[in-house]
Design a protein around this ligand. Structure first.
Ligand SMILES: Cc1cc2nc3c(=O)[nH]c(=O)nc-3n(C[C@H](O)[C@H](O)[C@H](O)COP(=O)(O)OP(=O)(O)OC[C@H]3O[C@@H](n4cnc5c(N)ncnc54)[C@H](O)[C@@H]3O)c2cc1C
Length: 463
């Protein structure tokens, strides 16, 4: 049996611990069954954003007439070249990680699927490895719903949609979460006719006002069917037909491509944890304590497979936290997550941090709302904004920020001011003391804070 100081299963967020530990001289085994770099690099954040940016450019071109710029409205997209460029970039990065691991004197790379045979014994390709410290960072994979007729058809998940080299004329998207919306936005803006079948409503976990605004604007670009349950799929003559029920009636829609984006499921079910004392939670998530340690001392887990959050920035945070106390000499204190932000890279963009208004109501918290639209700001006027707003939620007594939500241009960048304010425990007064550059978009945040102050001054929830 080969013995290491550290074994890491999964080379996504797990690398936040394995790489620096190896650089410090610890003997590290990295086990990875797929390309190096995990979901974010190979089939997630990076290729999706490399596809979405050209989609955003396409929207700018199509809508340039709003700014009195007229051009031949026809434009062509070399989709195959675009996808090949994206794939070559991410594959190149992944290859570089593999090469750096292979030549690293302290890293042993095992390419294969890890399976536990005992609490601290792992089998990979018939070899047995052990270590005092083991990190499980196996991530998730797309869920494939049980829809009769689906199996055996050439449907896509996000993984295939980011590698397909043909832009389909039409696509049905089953799902309404951020991956469904982002990929629908990418394909739709580049020229595919998109039809969404969403079980409830798109981006339903956002603040309800954001969800409503998103639906209104996103619906201008995509055919949205809400409360729609797919019941049966047919695939004939290169065409998908999805039958669905919607508010008690049955209907069907046909398209050249079908994208299934109905969520993700933990890969921990592939680890044979039955052979260990590592306890699982429902949905194959791994149970960890407040130190991200599993029920077996010395075995830790992080990232998507523990289900606290499902972002690359959250797994990075967890990895750095673990590294600090496992190898970095920091004291072992419970993990404390700062407000966890998120963004949806669609048109319109959405971003948020902290509580939604619905959550505050549910917890009986006394709050005020500040809400300001893009169109009522100077830069919003220049952008000819016809949608979008910033909304903040402020604790009436302490005047501290409890949450911030933005929908509209550059929302994923704009939200960083609110993230910083929340991290610094800022009050509404701190927000208003700040000088914002005129006429930059963040002035909308200042205007939003002003609205919240008016509500406070008038002792109402919102003005
Ligand atoms: C289309 C898409 C877009 C996304 N966009 C964003 C975004 O914009 N921003 C954001 O923050 N997040 C985004 N995400 C989510 C983000 O990619 C994940 O939250 C993050 O990558 C999770 O990191 P992880 O380390 O937990 O798992 P992963 O990065 O998935 O790493 C797990 C690794 O473990 C390997 N593995 C699994 N089982 C085994 C086994 N038994 N043996 C050996 N190896 C194994 C897998 O092959 C994988 O490489 C996106 C995801 C998708 C699918």
């Amino acid at each position: 049996m080969k013995k290491f100081d550290l074994i890491t299963i999964g080379s996504g967020g797990g690398a936040k611990i394995s790489s620096p530990a190896a650089s410090m001289g610890f003997k590290v085994a990295v086990i990875e069954k797929d390309r190096l770099g995990g979901t974010c690099l190979n089939r997630g954040c990076i290729p999706s954003k490399m596809l979405i940016h050209p989609a955003d450019v396409a929207i700018e071109i199509k809508e340039a007439h709003r700014f009195d710029i007229h051009h031949n409205p026809q434009f062509t997209v070399d989709f195959a070249k675009l996808i090949q460029r994206i794939s070559a970039t991410v594959d190149g990065d992944s290859d570089k990680i593999e090469a750096s691991y292979t030549k690293h004197p302290n890293i042993s790379l095992f390419k294969g699927a890890a399976k536990f045979v005992d609490d601290k014994v792992i089998d990979v390709n018939g070899e047995q490895l052990t270590a005092d410290k083991i990190i499980i960072a196996v991530g998730t994979r797309p869920i494939i719903p049980h829809i009769p007729g689906l199996q055996g058809t050439p449907y896509m998940t996000s993984t295939e949609a980011l590698r397909a080299t043909k832009l389909p004329a039409s696509m049905i998207i089953i799902g309404g979460g951020y991956i469904a919306c982002e990929l629908g936005h990418a394909y739709g803006s580049l020229g595919t006719k998109t039809t969404f079948l969403v079980r409830s409503e798109p981006l339903r976990f956002e603040d309800a006002e954001i969800t409503a605004e998103f639906q209104k604007v996103f619906g201008r670009y995509h055919d949205l069917h809400l409360n729609a349950m797919a019941t049966h799929v047919e695939y004939n003559h290169n065409t998908f037909t999805v039958h669905y029920t919607q508010n008690g009636t049955s209907a069907s829609v046909s398209a050249e491509a079908l994208l299934i984006a109905t969520g993700v499921s933990s890969n921990a079910d592939t680890l044979d944890l039955i052979n260990t004392n590592i306890e699982m939670l429902p949905k194959h998530l791994i149970k960890v304590d407040e130190y991200l340690e599993t029920t077996v001392p010395g075995v830790y887990a992080l990232g998507d497979c523990i289900g606290n959050y499902y972002f690359r920035h959250s797994v990075n945070f967890e990895g750095e936290y673990l590294f600090d106390y496992m190898f970095g000499g920091k004291p072992k204190t419970p993990i404390h997550y700062p407000p966890m932000p998120h963004a949806v890279f669609t048109h319109p963009q959405v971003a948020g941090v902290g509580a939604t208004e619905e959550q505050l109501k549910a917890h009986g918290i006394d709050y005020v709302v500040g809400l300001n639209t893009y169109k009522s700001s100077a830069m919003g006027m220049a952008l000819l904004s016809d949608h979008g707003f910033c909304k903040i939620l402020v604790d009436r007594k302490t005047r501290k920020l409890l949450g911030g939500h933005i929908i509209g241009p550059e929302a994923s960048d704009m939200i960083h001011m609110i993230i910083a304010y929340m991290n610094m425990n800022a009050t509404l007064d701190d927000m208003l003391r700040t000088i914002y550059i005129h006429p930059a978009l963040p002035e909308i945040i200042r205007n939003t804070a002003r609205r919240a102050k008016m509500a406070l001054d008038k002792n109402v929830v919102r003005v």
